[in-house]
Design a protein around this ligand. Sequence first.
Ligand code: ADP
Length: 359
Amino acid sequence: MSYLTLKDINKIYPNGYHAVHNFNMEIEKGEFIVFVGPSGCGKSTTLRMIAGLEDISNGEFLINGKRANELGPREREIAMVFQSYALYPQMTVYDNIAFGLTLQGVDEDVIEQKVKNTARILGLTDYLDRLPRALSGGQRQRVAIGRAIIRKVGVFLMDEPLSNLDAKQRVTMRSEIAQIHRETGATTIYVTHDQTEAMTLADRIVVMKEGYVQQIGTPYELYFQPANVFVAGFIGEPPMNFVKGTVKEGKLDFGGNAIDLKMKLGDKTAQYEGKEVVFGFRPESIELGKVEGAYQMEAMVELTEMLGDNTNIYITAGEEKAILKVDPHDTPAIDEKITFSVPVENVYVFDGETELVIK
Ligand code: ADP
């Protein structure tokens, strides 16, 4: 039996807006789950239904196999960290962290021991006497997390906890959250629109779009086995390149390139004759020049961006545009005509109508 079960969960807001459709998932104890997707896709709504802050319109939420739909937030043993980490400005870090326990009337000695332990996990030991205004954004966010993790809860929910931090603080805090998770082992559900955060933090990622779950999988699975065009394009930076076209005699033509789909799809190619498919490959899966047995394509270089560890080259082939990631030492010149190769296993073909990957 799983720890948390979401069974056909739906959210229809009072105004009739159907924000979440048939969300199904089993979550094991200790897992770090990330809900990711563009703004408005239903991540926070789902998280709030798990927290008990929002009614579940349809479906069942189970904790340890028991229906929890009707339980209030407190009874669910769940703690939540929000985007805006409103700390009490007139209270020290110590008092901010201790606040929940003080309200519950917990013994002072017990509180002290718990606050100290929490501060140690969060690297806040030296800041316990400070007021929030004397802390950096990252430190304030850690205090907010401390307030949540000091209570022994089963599940820890975080809604875009890093969105108020600058880019550098986000990277630091990201690794700190991973570290906190390792230390506490608490089951965590984390909402973000940032695919890098999702990839670096998650045991498993749930990709959502317009209220529907697109795919659930490990970062590895989402990157190497995307279920559809959306997931393939959402995970990875720069995103996967796509070429859409109609299959003619088993081939996809663009800008003078004839992609032989048989190499990838084998006998299935015939099923797609005359139909649209989407051909995809990642910027980083290419090699300049001709590689035997791989897909070989020609294109013109429009622009190059030297980034240090690699160069992004922007290419065109006919109407199509793509980005290739190459070694900076191999950077071609602008307006140069290049040939590049993509190994067959690094190519994805999607059904043009359903946008599902063709296996
Ligand atoms: P995300 O967290 O992925 O950005 P949300 O879960 O916040 O998305 O919102 C999902 C959709 O539900 C959005 O289109 C949003 O406008 C809508 N929504 C959120 N809250 C309400 C509400 N109280 N009433 C009606 N629609 C809402």
